[in-house]
Write a protein that binds this ligand. Structure first.
Ligand code: SF4
Length: 445
């Protein structure tokens, strides 16, 4: 998962403004970030490095005024973590003009495409699938929209992209539409960002969500284009976990879905409890929904430090485990002697939840009942979320009872899959079903 931002400005926009929007997408990736752009006086500028957005740009230390620019905050799903050469944007030149790309998603046929390009003598400078998109774009001919239409016949998987081509910005959401993209306006400037909340919080007017298989070339004017093939598969996990709760994703309010999922969960639950406690921040809205329907009081029995990153998107299990105890602090006043319903959005590996259950018990809870606002994750994602092997997924190798024992909870309950599917028609739900509607490595559609 990644966050991407782009702007085409008539009078020029400070890099610091671009950074403000990118910071609004920090939750989508925390490993690295970078930008590339062309200043109002025609200079090509850029910087990328490992680290949080604010750290990376502090190191850069300049605030150029940009006519076009794209930026990226990275969460690695393809290409090795912490390899500086995999940090985006990727940049090249065609006929003396700069082309550059930032990408959110994963190509499922990357290995094939890379081998094909290498046979033709193309040299890769990274192990990132995003670089393959840029190299293939450069090989095509014609206007940016024509090139992307041709690419859509060859690329499989998830590839929402923002590009610079000369002094134009190109925005495109692939024909599956796995990953989100929004367009905004500020005077005559045209902006793009992964989530509308990032635009809104920078006081940029939100215009529309870029449609599936749709794109824009933004130069002196705005040229929309569409590719013929369309297979609607927006990622339902964006609504479950990734997107900011104040965002609207795929025509839905993220907040509304999480509230509703918590309500559904409470309706199918029969447990007797004294207090509903969210795992903050990801479980908070689910817990509000659960509490509202069950009548069990909502309390913040865990306090989250806002100075430590999200555990799920940290790249190694050991890092994730160590992060849990430094970021969540139990409140004995709320938990002591209580029968606790502990609510989170999802349960992937189970190791983080086991640590949290232990902490809640150590703070004096009498019972801990874990409630999950999505169905069991039983299969890996090949479209941009880092769940690479089935072996890592708790629900793929354990029964419900075994998961309960593994995370040391008194009981576990997930959102029923049929309820989830009913609410996610025309969305990708593959990690919950194990059935993939497009070809993915080693799995038949
Ligand atoms: S497999 Fe799951 S995480 Fe991946 S795109 Fe589909 S719903 Fe999203």
């Amino acid at each position: 998962m990644c966050g991407i931002v782009g702007v085409r400005s008539k009078r020029g926009v400070h890099l610091s403004r671009l950074i403000t929007v990118l910071q609004g997408l920090q939750h989508r990736g925390q490993e690295a970030s970078g930008f590339v752009g062309i200043t109002v006086d025609g200079r090509e500028v850029g910087f990328k490095d490992l680290g949080l957005v604010s750290d990376v740009f502090r190191r850069y230390g300049h605030d150029p005024i940009l006519r076009v620019a794209i930026a990226h905050t990275r969460y690695s799903t393809h290409g090795e973590t912490y390899r500086p050469e995999n940090v985006q944007p990727f940049v090249g030149f065609i006929d003396g003009r700069m082309i550059a790309l930032v990408h959110n998603g994963n190509l499922t046929n990357y290995t094939y495409l890379r081998q094909e390009l290498e046979r033709e003598g193309v040299i890769f400078r990274s192990t990132s699938d995003s670089e393959a998109i840029l190299l293939l774009y450069a090989k095509e001919t014609g206007e940016p929209d024509e090139r992307l239409k041709k690419l859509s016949e060859r690329l499989e998987g998830a590839w929402t992209v923002l590009m610079i081509d000369g002094d134009r910005i190109v925005a495109f959401r692939d024909p599956y539409g796995f990953r989100p993209l929004w367009m905004g306006r500020e005077g005559e400037d045209v902006w793009f960002a992964s989530e509308d909340s990032a635009l809104r919080s920078a006081d940029i007017e939100v215009v529309e969500e870029v449609g599936i298989g749709k794109g824009y070339v933004v130069g002196e004017g705005l040229k929309p284009f569409t590719v013929g093939k369309k297979l609607s598969l927006p990622c339902s996990f964006e609504l479950v976990y990734f997107a900011r709760p104040d965002s609207n994703i795929f025509g839905r309010s993220v907040y509304e879905w999480r509230l509703r999922a918590g309500e559904i969960l409470a309706k199918v639950d029969e447990v007797e409890a004294d207090v509903v406690v969210p795992v903050p921040d990801s479980g908070t809205i689910y817990a509000i929904g659960y509490s509202g329907v069950s009548g069990v009081p909502f309390q913040m029995g865990l306090i989250r430090s806002h100075y430590v990153g999200r555990s799920f998107i940290q790249p190694s299990q050991d890092m994730r485990r160590r992060t849990v105890r430094s970021k969540l602090f139990p409140v004995p006043f709320v938990l002591r002697g209580q029968r606790v319903v502990l609510v989170d959005d999802s349960l992937v590996r189970g190791t983080t939840m086991r640590e949290i259950v232990r902490m809640v018990r150590e703070a004096g809870a009498r019972e801990v009942h874990v409630r999950i606002g999505s169905p069991p994750v039983i299969s890996p994602c090949y479209f941009g979320i880092d769940t690479p092997t089935k072996e890592e997924l708790a629900a793929a190798r354990m029964s419900l009872e075994e998961i309960g024992r593994f995370i040391e909870a008194d009981s576990v309950l997930y959102l029923p899959l049929d309820e989830y599917k009913r609410n996610m028609e025309n969305f990708c739900v593959s990690c919950f079903t194990g059935r993939y509607p497009v070809r993915v490595p080693n799995v038949q559609p």
